[in-house]
Design a protein around this ligand. Structure first.
Ligand SMILES: [Zn+2]
Length: 324
């Protein structure tokens, strides 16, 4: 342990600058790979200016590849695209997909009682949708069913093949090597991707070029200011050490998009018991997962309310818009 601390102290000196602000960061936590190999340790620093935490040193591509064992991805087949009753109403009356529900007075009035869901994407005639890190293609199939032209990028060869089997237009190479025309897309989607990247500025720059003016970029990522992170520190499930290279705060996202013609249209933080319960598993190294323990499930529900009230949920959601 002492040797490890000495080693991480040395690393602090070699490459300690925040990848977004270029300011020297301070110690945040020493994390472990709780998912696959607890014996490995990784040093994380925090930027006091923009509030992100980042692995130090920032790993290169070969190191990043070594973080993903073959058993990492979820290998299920994509689900057949289906929309729930309420989803159809929301899509029709709040997001302009007019043929999903009959447009009569009763349905119109009924729709007023269904709250909007910002995570649903407004209809764009002949819109083009790109999902970076599209996994097995479930989201692409849903968007295709809603009338979008869909495109995906997926580096995992196994799930990529599932997309191809479903006739989806998906590329098995990184965004940096993909060939798309500038101003081609109406919407780009990145769900739990950006925290895995060692070159987020480059990716945001490419997204900015690929989007039309007014186009939107949807980002889901862990919230580094979450109450859960403050409670569990190195045991917070969403740290996902070492695969999460950067954990973003809202200020960090603002810093990241600063130069690339984006504005934040909307942001929110979501909290579910899952992250809390999984963090307990890490903290106590439990044999029986805490989600199967009634008392712990009850406690996890108590966690949700302060996290929501303080706007310190575990997962951040941003809608960014390209400004010009
Ligand atoms: Zn910073």
């Amino acid at each position: 342990m002492r040797e490890m601390k000495l080693q991480t102290r040395k690393q602090n000196k070699t490459n300690a600058k925040c990848p977004l602000c270029n300011k020297i960061g301070s110690f945040d936590f020493v994390g472990q790979d709780f998912m696959f190999d607890r014996t490995k340790y990784y040093n994380y620093l925090k930027c006091n200016l923009c509030g992100i935490s980042y692995q130090n040193p920032i790993p290169n591509l070969n190191q990043i590849k070594s973080y993903y064992p073959d058993t990492y991805e979820n290998f299920e087949d994509p689900k057949r695209p289906k929309f729930s009753f309420f989803e159809r109403f929301r899509l029709c009356f709040h997001h302009n997909y007019s043929d999903l529900v009959k447009n009569n007075l009763f349905n119109k009035i009924f729709s007023l009682f269904i709250p909007k869901d910002k995570s649903l994407i407004d209809n764009v005639q002949n819109g083009r949708f790109l999902d970076i890190g599209c996994g097995n293609g479930s989201r692409l199939l849903k968007m295709k069913k809603l009338g979008w032209q869909v495109f995906g990028i997926e580096l995992n060869t196994f799930v990529y093949q599932k997309c191809i089997n479903n006739d989806l237009n998906v590329q098995n190479k990184p965004l940096e090597q993909s060939v798309f025309k500038d101003s081609y897309f109406d919407v780009i989607y990145m769900s739990h991707l950006i925290e895995h990247l060692n070159n987020p500025k480059e990716i945001i720059n490419i997204c900015s070029n690929l989007l039309k003016k007014g186009g939107k970029l949807y980002i889901y990522t862990p919230n580094n200011n979450a109450l859960g992170k403050k409670i569990f520190k190195k045991y917070w499930f969403a740290n996902e050490v070492p695969r999460h290279i950067i954990l973003y705060s809202k200020k960090g996202i603002e810093k990241l998009i600063g130069k690339y013609k984006f504005q934040i249209l909307y942001s929110s933080q979501k909290t579910t018991p899952k992250i809390f319960l999984n963090s307990l598993d890490y903290l106590f190294n439990l044999k029986k997962p805490s989600k199967r323990n009634r008392l712990l499930r009850f406690i996890s529900k108590l966690y949700i309310y302060p996290a929501r009230l303080l706007r310190m949920g575990d997962e951040s959601f941003y809608i960014l818009q390209k400004t010009n």
